[in-house]
Design a protein around this ligand. Sequence first.
Ligand code: SF4
Length: 218
Amino acid sequence: MRIRISWINQYMFCPYGFYLEHVLGLKPIKTQYLVTGTKIHAELQKKYLEEGWEVVDIKEALYRSQKNREIFKYRELQINASFPRWELTGKMDELWIYPDQVLIIEDKPGNQAYDGGKYQVMGYALALKHVYHPSIPIQIAVRNRDTQEIMWNEEFDQSREKDVSGILDEIYLVLSGEKIPAAKPSPKKCEHCGFREFCNRKYESRLPDSNRGPADFC
Ligand code: SF4
């Protein structure tokens, strides 16, 4: 079964919203958060292209970084990895290959790294490890997409591999119709959710305008 790695973030934000879109086929209303995110990603991609990084195959980059101590940077890098139960596919926001480590960065809005972003970048690390088997540690990080400050990072170890595999197993069960997931409603989430107009499990009380924060929760 094909699973987009970005779905991990969506699933952790609210599994029921994920179910509405990917199993029942409902279309979310596009929020300002999505529009802004697309624009910032495009700007970062433009900056990356202007920097003129050499783009080589990942296997070659891993080899050359070890042999010649070269550094490689990639943006919006496609990765596909086949496992017995799922085929993972997605684009890493940013990948760095250093002589002593691989660093995968996921850009998210706001000043706090939430589980959705952390697990999403774990998904990329799982796929990269499965395809390229790097002999150096894989570091994973969530960065503030506006300030470019790293908000969270750690090494992708066996415990994290198990954690993200558990979430992928859950997603697999939902997509295959074996499980209807629970909602994770909260005023702030539901207020910014693309399904709020027709979700029957949303948190009903609406926040007063003065208490609304940015859509920085995923
Ligand atoms: S409106 Fe709330 S409960 Fe419904 S899918 Fe969105 S976040 Fe989940």
